[in-house]
Design a protein around this ligand. Structure first.
Ligand SMILES: Nc1ncnc2c1ncn2[C@@H]1O[C@H](COP(=O)(O)OP(=O)(O)O)[C@@H](O)[C@H]1O
Ligand SMILES: O=C(OP(=O)(O)O)[C@H](O)COP(=O)(O)O
Length: 399
């Protein structure tokens, strides 16, 4: 466990302005939060600080707006869900720096909770720019980082601020690291990892090291399409990053050298529209029509995935096997989730899953509570698995 200061070390905070970095990057559909797990996980930190009379100023990102304000990436759409989870009304400011933010902070009363607009609406956030960090810092006396799931990013609000203000880990940051260490510190073998989802470019590099640590790597979701295409198979209009073909091939070579089995889908469920109940068919992986996209792995592939789960003593899972938000493309994810949950309940498996959408998928399958541990983190969790230093964590230990 890394040594850092926690909320236990924070005393006499009534009236203090505390900048709390949280991860509110939650799944949203039609402007409504569809899975509030990340909000629920940061609620204890927010409530504790507010009850102690601090002015709690929440910093968070939503989506990847690339340094510009984008209406559908506004955190204003998360406010209602935060109110519901906390059981109290929070305040909102339409910018995280500048006059809007300054005035909103200046008018806070002790115990108030204020959410500032998406930090990624400014280019300085992802650049970890000192000027931008200064702008954020001037509205706080203390910095608390409770966003373990964003701790793999060295951004102004996840890393920079810890150099500027007295820095502490929030309750969730602390709990996530403790739970991962307990569940995966010395994992029982065989270790099987499932990696799926849509964030192919930001996660594919992580697989290069992951294959050295696990006995089998099951690849599904959009990630699988990139690997399949790298083998020269036409994936039609499927979500796929063709320019990462070399990386995918290098990972397969590294896996072979490390004795890690790569498990790719042998069949898929394809459709021509990304919508619920779209006309679909199951095809062999080398028979994806050129005008269709693979939205789920097929029944033979699910069987293989479940066989690997059955062989595993430890399962590590990030990223759904298909577009689980729309039926029937949730079938593979739900089947594997239920099987892993049953194996865990039977005492045959330690199962650790992570990622905003992965948590939503397990909740959708009704089995999140049956996993050994569910982390809110996806990419950060994979980087932690690799043994990489997470900038948001290491800066707290050095503070
Ligand atoms: N074959 C696919 N085609 C398109 N999108 C997919 C496919 N498989 C999974 N997805 C999408 O991946 C998203 C989740 O990916 P990601 O953000 O990487 O997961 P997490 O948040 O758990 O880390 C979901 O919105 C899901 O619809
Ligand atoms: O949702 C997140 O990561 P995840 O999808 O890996 O769980 C975090 O909020 C980090 O977001 P980012 O990958 O856009 O930096």
């Amino acid at each position: 466990m890394p040594a850092f200061k926690t909320l236990d070390d924070l005393t006499d905070i009534a009236g203090k302005r505390i900048l709390v970095r949280v991860d509110l990057n939650v799944p949203v559909s039609d402007g409504k939060v569809t899975d509030a797990t990340r909000i629920e996980r940061v609620a204890p930190t927010i409530t504790e600080l507010s009850k102690k009379g601090a002015k709690v100023i929440l910093l968070a990102h939503f989506g990847r707006p690339k340094g510009e304000p984008v209406a559908d990436m506004s955190l204003s759409q998360i406010v209602m869900a935060v109110n519901e989870v906390l059981g109290q009304k929070i305040l909102f400011a339409s910018d995280c720096i500048g006059p809007e933010a300054d005035q909103a902070v200046a008018s806070m009363k002790d115990g108030d909770i204020l959410l500032l607009e998406n930090t990624r609406f400014h280019k300085g956030e992802e650049k970890n720019d000192t000027g931008f960090t200064e702008e954020l810092a001037k509205n706080g006396d203390i910095y608390v980082n409770d966003a373990f799931s964003a701790a793999h990013r060295a951004h102004a609000s996840t890393e920079g601020l810890a150099h500027r203000l007295p820095a502490y880990a929030g309750r969730t940051m602390q709990a996530e690291l403790e739970a991962l260490e307990k569940g995966l510190g010395e994992p029982a073998r065989p270790v099987v990892a499932i990696v799926g989802g849509a964030k192919v470019s930001s996660k594919i590099d992580l697989l290069q090291n992951l294959v050295k640590k696990v006995d089998a790597l099951v690849i599904g979701g959009g990630m699988a399409n990139t690997f399949i295409a790298a083998q020269g198979i036409d994936v039609g209009k499927s979500l796929c990053e063709h320019d990462l073909a070399d990386t995918a091939r290098a990972i397969m070579a590294e896996a072979e050298a490390s004795g890690c089995t790569i498990v790719l889908p042998s069949d898929g469920v394809v459709a021509r529209e990304f919508k619920a109940n779209a006309d679909n068919e199951t095809v062999a992986i080398d028979a994806i029509p050129s005008d269709a996209m693979m939205l789920d792995v097929g029944p033979k592939s699910v069987e293989a995935v479940n066989e690997w789960i059955g062989k595993a003593s430890t399962l590590v899972w990030n990223g759904p096997l298909g577009a689980f938000e729309i039926t029937p493309f949730d079938t593979a994810t739900v089947s594997a989730a239920k099987f892993a949950a049953a194996e865990t309940k039977a005492g045959r498996l330690v199962s650790v899953a992570g990622g905003g959408d992965t948590v939503a998928a397990l909740n959708h399958a009704g089995v999140a509570d049956d996993f050994s541990y569910v982390s809110t983190a996806g990419g950060a969790f994979l980087e932690w698995m690799e043994g990489k230093e997470l900038p948001g964590v290491s800066v707290l230990t050095k503070a």
